[in-house]
Design a protein around this ligand. Structure first.
Ligand code: FE
Length: 256
């Protein structure tokens, strides 16, 4: 089921959140995103081989998959981009990912040289044209990947935040909006404490995101944060969270 996050008739943002087989409790739930502007489309974090066929079919109702312009990858993890080979074969899309990861992508594909269809996003980020609109690749390094980007859509004011804000909830296919932030914290706490590299990085991110007009933060796992008040609650929480290397001591580095 696609969740319509935004639709003004010309510019559409869709989320797919129930494509990981519900029986696959051994696999983490993932959200995939399609942004359409006129006759142009971009997939954000299309996922791995578990979701490829279902995503291809589900998006077809809204946008012809073979016309896909772009695949935007927040980082190079399997749940983000392991299906790349099928998209490269089935469409003529260009894939964009941190320049730190471009030379790792051929390990997801058949080894064919897709250099001409690969764009490495520079560390400072960039603006990416999509139809008459543009998406902004925001630096999100070390949250959690070393070369990491989030994608902000100024039309819908949605921030596709990758692993930032991710929650480990059971996949119910609805991409719920968080209603009670305090009650939601325990779904995020363990993940952010380990996967986010340090509080310093979270504070830099918070300062950057506060300069944007964000109506919704939609992570790649779990629920979304809807409305400026809930967006601010998340930003305030994460900028105060000790995490990653902040928590490490010599005790974690002993020979077993
Ligand atoms: Fe990851």
């Amino acid at each position: 089921m696609a969740v319509e996050l935004y639709n003004d008739g010309r510019h559409v943002c869709l989320a797919f959140c129930d494509l990981v087989d519900e029986d696959a409790s051994h696999a983490v739930q993932c959200n995939q995103f399609l942004v359409v502007d006129g006759a142009h489309g971009a997939l954000i974090d299309p996922g791995g081989n578990m979701t490829y066929s279902a995503l291809m079919m589900a998006m077809q109702r809204y946008f012809p998959a073979r016309d896909l312009d772009l695949i935007l990858a927040s980082h190079a993890d399997p749940d983000i981009i392991a299906s790349l080979n099928k998209w490269m074969v089935g469409t003529s899309c260009t894939v964009m990912i941190s320049k730190l990861w471009t030379r790792f992508l051929p390990h997801f594909t058949s080894g064919r040289d897709y250099t001409a269809r690969t764009i490495g996003i520079p560390d400072e980020g960039m603006r990416i044209a999509l139809g008459d609109s543009e998406l902004v690749a925001l630096p999100a390094h070390f949250m959690h990947s070393e070369g990491n980007f989030q994608f902000y859509d100024p039309v819908s004011k949605i921030l596709f935040s990758g692993d930032m804000g991710a929650s480990m909830t059971s996949a119910d296919g609805a991409l719920p909006a968080v209603a009670d932030f305090d009650a939601h914290i325990h779904h995020m706490f363990g993940f952010h404490r380990r996967y986010m590299v340090s509080n310093k990085i979270c504070r830099y991110w918070a300062n950057m995101v506060r300069t944007l007009d964000v109506d919704m933060i939609v992570p790649q796992h779990g629920a979304r944060f809807e409305g400026p008040a809930m967006v601010q609650r998340f930003i305030t929480w994460i900028e105060n969270l000790p995490c990653g290397v902040d928590l490490m001591t010599q005790a974690q580095y002993r020979v077993p």
